[in-house]
Design a protein around this ligand. Structure first.
Ligand SMILES: NC(=O)c1ccc[n+]([C@@H]2O[C@H](COP(=O)([O-])OP(=O)(O)OC[C@H]3O[C@@H](n4cnc5c(N)ncnc54)[C@H](OP(=O)(O)O)[C@@H]3O)[C@@H](O)[C@H]2O)c1
Length: 319
């Protein structure tokens, strides 16, 4: 089978297409014939080995030679202890631990997969597992009338988060680069700002902040909150995240605010509710571009270098 592989952290040109053996599933694993895989910022981070937390995939060199977490495809074989799926079932899920989605076949643990809703295409389904889990948890508890900031709102998770916060009746501010402002407005953002020339404090105070790419100090995050407000980040440079994780609770509590990192729970219960909303037409899936397997380096660059509006998909089996 064809797989896109790499052996050391670095730029996209380290990726190459290789013929490799089709893997065999273990007892609780499923062999998936991949139809579509969406690109997440986490793929870009694991390619570069940066931020440092991306090296959880291997400190000096990557443990998994093939990236690609968010997969959608058909079950090609199941291990002896698999009970929920049979050959030919259509499935999707976030295979963050084992990865391997930028290939014709990959192995996933049964527990990370869900049956693909018939109404969603494979490409649509592949956009949901990781970004959906982040967006749902990052907007959980938002209520009507709150002022909500989605920092990084024009990317994969942010595009869903803006729509979810709007559905809850919040006043939503989306911040991203200038090329994504119109897109965020089209998703329902009430106010938008360009992070390259504006600070999110220009739009504060907020009751909730979901920060997809943390760059501000823990004190700046607190200052942007209204009394009782909550700031949660999910990614960013380690030097920014560390103070938020270690000092955030303390710094926030002293002023009746909450500042911290959101440890996102992944897996079907955490993304299927979003699939339901998409199926019902209440949340829109925006696929900016679709690439072929041979174009995975370009797909990763497109996301990593800041051009993607919403999600980017690699069609392993061309539509
Ligand atoms: N905490 C957890 O448990 C967990 C689990 C899974 C994933 N994650 C992390 O969650 C994040 C998810 O991001 P995603 O998939 O939504 O990424 P994405 O699609 O790349 O979106 C991120 C957006 O943020 C924008 N951005 C970059 N720097 C910014 C800044 N200083 N201010 C405002 N916006 C900025 C980007 O714009 P540009 O295009 O200009 O760069 C991009 O539009 C990743 O960092 C991933 O590692 C966390």
């Amino acid at each position: 089978m064809k797989a896109v592989v790499y052996d050391r952290y670095g730029p996209p040109d380290l990726l190459r297409v290789e013929e490799v053996p089709v893997p065999s599933p273990g007892a609780k694993q499923v062999l998936v014939e991949v139809v579509a895989t969406s690109v997440n910022l986490s793929d870009w981070e694991c390619l570069r080995g940066s931020p440092l937390y991306a090296r959880i995939c291997g400190l000096r060199s990557p443990r998994r030679r093939t990236l690609g977490s968010d997969i959608a495809g058909r079950v090609a074989a199941v291990g002896d202890a698999v009970t929920r799926f049979r050959v030919d079932d259509e499935v999707y899920g976030d295979n963050l631990q084992l990865k391997g989605g930028f290939a014709e076949y990959t192995i996933a643990t049964e527990a990370v997969l869900a049956p693909k809703p018939k109404e969603l295409t494979f490409a649509d389904a592949a956009t949901l597992p990781q970004a959906g889990a982040i967006a749902l948890q990052g907007t959980r508890g938002v209520v009507a009338g709150q002022r909500v900031l989605i920092n990084g709102g024009g990317g994969g998770s942010g595009a869903f988060a803006i729509q979810l916060a709007k559905r809850a009746g919040a006043h939503v501010t989306g911040i991203d680069n200038a090329g994504k402002l119109e897109f965020m407005r089209s998703l329902g953002a009430d106010e938008v700002g360009d992070y390259r020339c504006q600070d999110f404090s220009d739009f504060s105070p907020f009751d909730r902040i979901l920060d997809l790419v943390a760059t501000r100090s823990v004190f700046a995050c607190r200052r942007a909150l209204a009394p009782g407000g909550r700031y949660q980040c999910v990614g960013g440079a380690v030097r920014t995240l560390l103070p938020i994780v270690t000092l955030g609770a303390l710094v926030g509590r002293a002023t009746r605010r909450r500042v911290g990192m959101l440890a996102v729970d992944l897996g079907p219960p955490h993304f299927e509710p979003l699939a339901e909303l998409c199926r019902a037409g209440e949340v829109r899936i925006h696929i900016d571009r679709t690439f072929r397997l041979e174009e995975v380096p370009q797909a990763l660059s497109y996301v990593g270098e800041g051009r993607a509006l919403g999600k980017v998909v690699v069609a392993i089996v061309p539509a």
